[in-house]
Write a protein of this length. Sequence first.
Length: 198
Amino acid sequence: MTTLVLASASPARRATLRAAGIEPLVVVSGVDESLLEGLPPLELALRLAELKCTAVVHRQETPADALVLGCDSVLEMGGQALGKPPDAADAVRRWRSMRGGAGVLHTGHCLHDVASGHVAAATASTTVHFADVTDAEIEAYVATGEPLQVAGAFTVDGLGGAFVTRIEGDHHNVVGLSLPLMRELAAELGHAWTDLWS
């Protein structure tokens, strides 16, 4: 069995891996996401994933034979990259512009084989359609605090699930980690997906 180190504090990513039979070792990267500004959304997601992965590879608690996975998600709306909203007022503004529309959720994935030093990285993109929610629904949702913790100010696996009407692509990607893409990256590095099962 190969140890997978998840370079993320995201409980949703951890839960996705666990549901897929993988018990990750969580090592939070501590990367300042504001370091990268002005990049196109697709590139931004990948670069942040690479930064998080690299930050954890050389940590003392990272096993020498581990696979380290860094992920980062951004929502692209109108060509703009939206990460976590800085405050409740911004989350409300975002939802007012998002409702009834659609965006593309990009999640960058970077997988580093510590033993060999080889790296495989790619971005998965999924189109998300949002319900035409009312102002009252937006305010109640933002008041829960959930939108402030996640890229794009929404979840599909939590309270925000009722506000997502349709998804085109891998639904796991919207949670923050594309299992099919991760399987491909592991294979690229010479690891069978089933070897990651706990």
